[in-house]
Design a protein around this ligand. Structure first.
Ligand SMILES: NC(=O)c1ccc[n+]([C@@H]2O[C@H](COP(=O)([O-])OP(=O)(O)OC[C@H]3O[C@@H](n4cnc5c(N)ncnc54)[C@H](OP(=O)(O)O)[C@@H]3O)[C@@H](O)[C@H]2O)c1
Length: 345
């Protein structure tokens, strides 16, 4: 049995989701020879705590409720937060789960750098560092002989990056195309039913799909970050967010959506990227009129779907959730398993 000492940086929705999933999947992890141990949780509001002998996930979840104070957890010792905490806590893996910032990647970028420089494997669901600084972080991980994984950055825990690395290796993946933002797809789906853009956006906010500030979704930033990540992780590129041509749904009008339906088509915000002759190319997020028989046209509501175009298998599609507490928490468990397996090989 291999003990994996884990530090969680950020204990919000995903931090709590992974604490729950580590608990729920303990038996399955044990059968794979994995004994996870949470040795630190760093969070600005709830407090930063460490415990070399491990923190009980159920106690962490309970202590995070209400006002929230992680120092109440049995055995927890208050410690430095942020980069200092990442450096000082003796751990094998850092889960970086702070809010995505697509301007400069912070604070996540410095957390990931500090973890890799100090010889920790990293799994992150934070798109910022991976979409903005992949070449630097990839090289830093290699130089320190550790892994940087980010299954949860695209379609939450729906297996994409890990499946591609394992099951599609050798299949010649040429391009990737997908519905990558559930909020935009939900709004477009409601507009097809006749609802005005503002009403559909309000409804998406009420249902918790869209943020109070929806610009990251409706202006296409979120989908563009995912395209950059796919271009890098699936196609081996060195893209940054600025390399992705970006469109959104914020100026789409009801007539355009309804005219598409009347013509037997569907308007969808599609993210895509291809492998060119010598580099990864055509990275873009665009509003496209799709024929009904396109698999992407069939995605309704907040669903996500991604299609890999391959030499060996033709089109291979994966559909599944694009967000959620348990769903994204699972992505970190999947990454931990992948890190463990890579160490065994
Ligand atoms: N939720 C999903 O379904 C989902 C799906 C895929 C990817 N993601 C990504 O996963 C990440 C986490 O998402 P989330 O939904 O868990 O967000 P969240 O609920 O806002 O949680 C983020 C946590 O990080 C904390 N934090 C902020 N700055 C920090 C710092 N410097 N050091 C340590 N902790 C810090 C926040 O504390 P305060 O609240 O006090 O600021 C909060 O507790 C984001 O990058 C998000 O884009 C989320």
């Amino acid at each position: 049995m291999r003990t994996w000492r884990v530090v969680l940086v950020g204990f919000g929705t995903v931090g709590r989701g992974v604490a729950e999933r580590l608990r729920a999947s303990a038996g399955e992890l044990e059968s794979l020879g994995i004994a996870p141990r949470i040795v630190g949780v760093l969070d600005p509001r709830l407090g930063s705590v460490a415990a070399p002998s491990g923190l009980d996930p159920a106690s962490l979840l309970q202590a995070a409720e209400g006002e929230g104070d992680l120092t109440q957890v049995p055995g927890a010792l208050a410690c430095e937060g942020g980069v200092a905490g990442v450096r000082e806590i003796q751990a094998d893996v850092v889960f970086e789960l702070t809010p995505t910032n697509l301007r400069d990647g912070q604070p996540g970028l410095d957390h990931v750098r500090a973890a890799l420089e100090n010889g920790r494997h990293v799994s992150t669901t934070n798109k910022g560092p991976v979409a903005l600084a992949w070449p630097e972080l990839r090289d830093l991980a290699a130089a320190n002989n550790v892994q940087l994984r980010c299954e949860g950055t695209v379609m939450s825990g729906t297996p994409l990056l890990n499946v591609c690395e394992a099951g599609l290796a050798g299949a010649g993946v040429r391009a990737v195309r997908g519905i990558l933002n559930g909020t935009c797809n939900y709004i477009l789906s409601r507009m097809e039913e006749g609802m005005a853009y503002d009403d559909a956006l309000n409804e998406a906010q009420r249902l918790g799909y869209a943020e109070t500030d929806p610009s990251g979704d409706v202006e296409g930033w979120d989908a563009a970050a995912k395209v950059a990540i796919l271009g890098n992780l699936v196609l081996g590129g060195s893209l940054s967010l600025a390399d992705v041509e970006r469109g959104g749904i914020d100026s789409v009008d009801l007539d355009a959506v309804q005219n598409a339906v009347e013509g037997g088509k569907r308007l969808r915000l599609v993210g895509s990227v291809e492998r060119g002759e010598s580099a990864v190319t055509n990275a873009r997020v665009t509003l496209e009129e799709l024929p009904q028989d396109d698999p992407l046209a069939a995605v309704s509501g907040a669903g996500n779907l991604l299609t890999f175009e391959t030499d060996a298998l033709g089109a291979v599609s994966v559909a599944g959730p694009g967000a959620g507490r348990a769903e994204t928490g699972h992505a970190l468990v999947a990454d931990l398993i992948a890190i463990h397996r890579a160490e065994l090989s």
